[in-house]
Design a protein around this ligand. Sequence first.
Ligand SMILES: Cc1ncc(COP(=O)(O)O)c(C=O)c1O
Length: 420
Amino acid sequence: MTSVPHKLHPTLQDMRPSATLAIQERCRVLEAEGRSVCRLGLGQSPFPVPERVVAALIAHAHEKDYLPVRGLPALRQAVAAHHRRTQGLQIEAEDVLIGPGSKELLFGLQLAYDAELILPAPSWVSYAPQARLLGRRVRWIPTDPEQGWRLQPEALAAAWPVGRGPGLLVLNSPNNPVGHSYDAEHLAAIAAVARERGLLVLSDEIYGALHHQGGHATIAAAYPEGTLISSGLSKWCGAGGWRLGTLAGPPQLRWLLDAMAVVASETYTSVSAPIQHAAVVAYTDHPDLRSYLHRSRLVLRALGGWAAGRLRGAGCRCPEPEGAFYLLCDLSPALGSAPISGARLCTSLLDELQIAVLPGSDFGLPPSDPVIRIALVDFDGAAALAAAHDGPIDEAFLRRHCGRVVEGIERLVGWLRAGG
Ligand SMILES: Cc1ncc(COP(=O)(O)O)c(C=O)c1O
């Protein structure tokens, strides 16, 4: 047999596995060596899947047939109704696509829509690598830490002059990695710029239900004809491993969902049938689910507020989170003039303090910035949710039920106070 050179496709040659998954691997190695690591790297929900959703999955375990490529009709109905009920958007079941996680749907969208990707810096780790896999260009737009790292409409307008061509803007609120959210007024200003430039907006609302005050706003309210909303079960429903994502939009963008359905039909076919049946229950309003979400938000709000306050008290720049379970923390004011990159800082924190966090550079911030993203998730979410029924969620509650996060933050604060 003639030997032929085996090589990777050029787009993959300098790519590494997703940063969040890599840190999880490193934690496993340290723990195998007997070290106690505070896992504040991977952004996985600490909360269990709500019981009635688990019961629905059990009840549908026998479902074995392939489902329609775009998703189970009852689920598409339930998702559309959920958008109408919770956001007042006119979304119909025909304009909903179900996929194996919103990450895959985002990839399918980038594949289907021929445009440059526009990202505020910082942004979630996977948008830019997906663009790179597809050979698309990425336009990063800087943001200002003093403005909570939020995309400003003027910055978007300056980065993307009218007439520049098709662009896909990804806006994520509540936000990973910052924990901030955008209010309706700010979104309307961004929408005006996007509309004038004919940009397509992908509004990543995977943390929408985890806005700490239940006050999530969507850019689709101001720019319905140009916005697709991605979401799913991974965060608010604690079901990242179930792999169910949703994409919803207006009739004007149905052609794009049609194209994505073609890609789906030739790749993953459809999401697992039992999971889709269970998801119908997750998207159907019920007092148990409202209580679950209410308690999740209370715990996350108290924990985020406490942690940000402690870090600010130690001299860091760290905005109060408004949603999700993340903090972005700039250590430069606390560290003074000693220059240290985010990546080196993370290695030191893991080796010296056994705290796993991610550098801001994984999210598109300059590598030289000593900025870290902290995922406030290393605690027993089931116990915390159960206890949240009973009493105030104060510092004593957090010490009792979110102990490993509290310990991680205190180790970091102690280290900063001792001079870093
Ligand atoms: C901002 C953001 N978008 C999308 C995703 C992908 O979620 P999934 O593919 O589980 O739906 C994540 C997961 O961490 C995320 O943080």
